[in-house]
Design a protein around this ligand. Structure first.
Ligand code: NIG
Ligand code: FE
Length: 394
């Protein structure tokens, strides 16, 4: 049994009119990886192991490409000098540059890089991370990335990982787009059979894949019992939101470009919208229609998009700060979007919130109030981080 006294506990498990569920001066009793009890501090008569001003659920990063190796700094310099991200991709850079790096690496190399990255993410307060493939782009290399994720998933001292297969991320040089999309569907059988992915993603956009190319692969994912999350409308609205909703997708991600019909379809299907403000920042793009999504009743999630091209960061707290400042999301929306709704979109309804009997994924912050979580610290502000009752930081 481990006990924590929190001057302020944000449960992210409150009622509709106060969803942050803030409780003041409580003691959390933790045993067997779970939050056994949450009691008012004055009812807890023995000592405590640690006292912290602010405790929240472990943060949940629901969209990352964290299994990348190598860097693309020269491309970023070109973009700062005016080059266009899509044009760099079309000329064989971008995603394909990271593909070359992944193909040249071993599974062990990818696992090692990912482990170091997840450790840094943990220090930022993150206890669950979705990790996509998508830099392999042939069967063996997509599997290499997913096998590296599976290896890392066994380590209880790291954040938990949720693997997503993103074969439809780009087309390898010299190959036909339709043929690649078809092949991605074929690789899915083995990937699903080996339990290497919980979700399937596709990059549905102009200069990426069309609805017609993505739909069969995503339909197959559903038929195999996997969830669907889709890169949609980062550069143009090509109907991805409507397609994702019709498949009962868990999320659509980016959605800088989405029509009112797309928003309505998401709301109707209960598909969450994942906001990726660091990518919009590095691409100098305008924000998605956050108020239309909010008013339409779409659940908002905030994620880092950690990748070497459009979001060279590992920091979900940075994305949270941008979501508040650049996207106009409220404190509640940002916190729930990086905890409860992020976890729900990953099919983990017990994560991202604190309740008696729930998993002890918790963060003790070097901050006094939750509003301070939205400031762009640019540095870890955690005092300790716990995953399933085990201290992974601190
Ligand atoms: O979410 N847009 C597609 N995928 C990534 C970028 C990947 C990359 O540039 O390596 C994104 O922005
Ligand atoms: Fe992405």
């Amino acid at each position: 049994m481990w006990t924590v006294r929190a001057r302020r506990l944000v449960t992210a498990d409150g009622p509709e009119d106060a969803p942050l569920g803030v409780r003041e001066d409580v003691v959390l009793r933790i045993g067997d990886g779970k939050v056994d009890a949450i009691v008012p501090a004055d009812e807890h008569l023995s000592g405590v192991d640690v006292a912290t001003d602010l405790v929240t659920p472990g943060l949940v990063d629901a969209h990352t490409h964290a299994a990348w190796v190598g860097q693309r700094g020269e491309e970023y310099a070109m973009r700062l000098a005016g080059a266009d991200y899509e044009a760099i991709g079309a000329a064989g850079g971008g995603i394909v540059a990271s593909m070359r790096a992944v193909r040249a690496a071993t599974t062990g190399d990818v696992a090692e890089t990912l482990t170091a990255r997840l450790r840094r993410m943990a220090r930022l307060g993150v206890t669950t991370v979705e990790v996509k493939s998508g830099y392999g782009l042939d069967e063996a290399s997509e599997r290499k990335q997913l096998e590296a994720v599976a290896r890392v998933a066994e380590d209880p001292r790291l954040p938990g990982v949720v693997p997503t297969y993103l074969g439809l991320h780009a087309v390898p040089p010299g190959q036909d787009r339709d043929a690649h999309a078809k092949a991605c569907g074929e690789w899915l059988d083995g990937i699903a059979a080996d339990g290497l992915a919980r979700f399937v993603d596709a990059y549905v956009d102009r200069n990426a894949f069309s609805v017609e190319q993505a739909r069969p692969v995503l339909e197959k994912a559903r038929a195999l019992g996997l969830g669907v999350r889709v890169h949609v409308g980062q550069f143009a609205d090509v109907g991805g939101a409507e397609m994702a909703a019709s498949l009962g997708a868990a999320s659509v991600d980016h959605v800088e470009h989405i029509s009112p019909e797309g928003v309505a379809a998401l709301a109707e299907a209960g598909t969450a919208a994942v906001m990726l403000p660091v990518a919009a920042f590095t691409l100098a793009q305008a924000a998605p229609p956050v108020s239309a999504l909010r008013e339409g009743g779409v659940k908002l999630v905030v994620a880092s998009d950690a990748n070497p091209g459009t979001a060279p960061t590992e920091s979900l707290p940075l994305a949270m700060a941008f979501a508040a400042r650049q996207y106009g999301m409220t404190l509640e929306e940002v916190i729930l979007g990086a905890t409860r709704w992020a976890a729900a979109s990953l099919g983990l309804p017990d994560r991202g919130r604190v309740f008696e009997g729930g998993p002890a994924d918790l963060v003790g912050w070097d901050l006094s109030r939750e509003a301070e979580l939205l400031q762009p610290w640019g540095t870890p502000m955690t005092r300790w981080v716990m995953r399933e009752g085990r201290l992974i930081v601190g």
